[in-house]
Write a protein that binds this ligand. Structure first.
Ligand code: NDP
Length: 403
């Protein structure tokens, strides 16, 4: 098959997407990896060449903030699909380039303006009519969360519920990388996300909380109890829209005491700031400077041990009776590293991105316009998850331990 994909972004996630696409020659005929720093693309291409019997992937230098550059690269390479795993800031310019060239688009994180730490789907949903008219598809949020958690919700609705009423997405990273402080994906995006006010859906409206105000010790399979904090996460926005019977939807994430202490210090001394400050005649954004000195997420893998555990706990009704359902994946950082040279958080994001790309290229997920992952048939995606390295487990009618 001559399918061509253009992967944009050569960080931890881009590396995994490139590895996983390279494993499936029958689906991904030609692969190009393009990013701001070309030598990162070349290093990944070389590692894949070594790992997969001479498999070649093309590389290119690209500043995806500049629409004309992406348009020119798309015209030259002529991909069937653009997989955007750069940063959320690039979502709109890359969507614009796909629109101009008539190529399908997908990403793993919703758009966020650089100047304001605010992420929501409105900007990308606004492309609906233009994508429909152009006859192309945009698939939004196809990583793990959002992505697999969205597919889990669609799968639960399809096979286990007449109505879903309460959804708790529970996300634990019970891994240890041996650093005093590091983030598991892009530090700038990660710190912007976790220092935001909390927010959850309750009875038809959003309820806001102070950051990390609500917490709970949640028991994760094969890991045990971990303190988990209620934070806002982007899939909640599309899930309550696409599953309107949900009267409560929350997202919980584990943070260690050590991580939170560092985070508090970072905030207290102003290093989480996103407004530029003038230093020796140069404008510096404190958070971007901090990113430059923190460990790089893609380099955490070597000594990373332990697991991530992410899943959905759902209450609702089936055939007039109450029903509970828990579906989850545990991923080993070590196994992720041995397969792709990077840690579990990049792996759990990159694998679903490759599967989403496969769904589009094989025509299993198709349509014209802008879609969130849960709008498509979850079954073929769930089947691939296990085959591609993220096996999932489920339990029905158990005590979910979520009040
Ligand atoms: P990294 O910071 O490791 O990588 C980002 C890459 O994008 C870098 O190679 C960077 O280039 C490149 N890049 C940045 N700006 C541009 C630009 N203007 N043009 C071209 N390339 C650019 O991030 P991650 O790999 O950890 O994360 C990638 C994406 O995945 C993020 O959007 C993140 O939010 C998302 N994500 C989604 C998750 C999910 O489950 N849905 C979970 C984790 C992450 P350079 O090397 O020059 O800096």
């Amino acid at each position: 098959m001559s399918n061509k994909v253009l992967i944009i972004g050569a960080g931890g996630v881009g590396r995994v997407v490139a590895y996983k696409c390279a494993q499936h020659r029958d689906v991904f005929g030609e692969i190009m990896l393009a990013s701001r720093t070309k030598k990162k693309c070349d290093a990944i291409a070389e590692a894949i060449h070594q790992a997969y019997g001479g498999r070649k992937i093309k590389t290119a230098k690209l500043d995806a903030d500049v629409v004309e550059q992406t348009v020119a690269l798309i015209r030259k390479f002529q991909p069937d699909l653009v997989i955007n795993v750069a940063l959320p800031y690039q979502d709109l310019p890359i969507m614009d380039a796909c629109l101009e060239t008539g190529v399908n688009y997908m990403d793993t994180a919703n758009y966020e303006p650089k100047e304001e730490a605010k992420f929501e789907y409105s900007w990308q949903w606004a492309y609906q009519e233009r994508y429909q008219k152009k006859g192309i598809l945009a698939l939004l949020g196809c990583g793990f969360d959002p992505g697999v958690t969205s597919v889990f919700a669609a799968y639960a609705q399809k096979h286990y519920f007449d109505e879903m009423h309460e959804l708790d997405i529970v996300d634990a990273n019970a891994g240890s990388h041996g650093k005093a402080f590091a983030t598991n994906f892009n530090p700038e995006i990660n710190i912007r996300e976790v220092t935001q006010r909390g927010k959850y859906w309750q009875d038809g409206k959003w309820v806001e909380t102070e950051p990390h105000e609500i917490w709970k010790d949640i028991d994760y399979p094969e890991i045990g109890p971990k303190r988990s904090y209620l934070i806002f996460h982007e899939e909640l926005e599309s899930l309550v829209k696409n599953f309107p019977t949900l009267n409560r939807a929350r997202f919980w994430m584990t943070f260690s005491e050590q991580y939170l202490t560092h985070l508090r210090v970072i905030q207290n001394i102003g290093m989480a700031g996103i407004e530029p400050i003038r230093y020796k005649g140069i404008d510096i954004v404190p958070l971007q400077f901090l990113k430059a000195v923190l460990p790089k997420p893609e380099e955490l893998g070597e000594n990373y041990t332990g697991f991530t555990s992410i899943g959905n706990r759902i209450k609702g009704i089936k055939d007039g009776k109450p029903r509970t359902y828990y579906v989850w994946n545990n991923c080993s950082h070590r196994d992720a590293y041995l397969e792709t040279g990077t840690q579990g958080v990049s792996y759990t994001t990159g694998v679903p991105a490759m599967i989403g790309a496969r769904m589009i290229l094989e025509g299993k997920w198709n349509g014209k316009g802008v879609f969130n992952v849960e709008e498509f048939n979850p079954d073929p995606f769930m089947e691939r998850l296990t085959l591609d390295g993220l096996p999932w487990h489920e339990k029905v009618d158990i005590d979910l331990q979520m009040d």
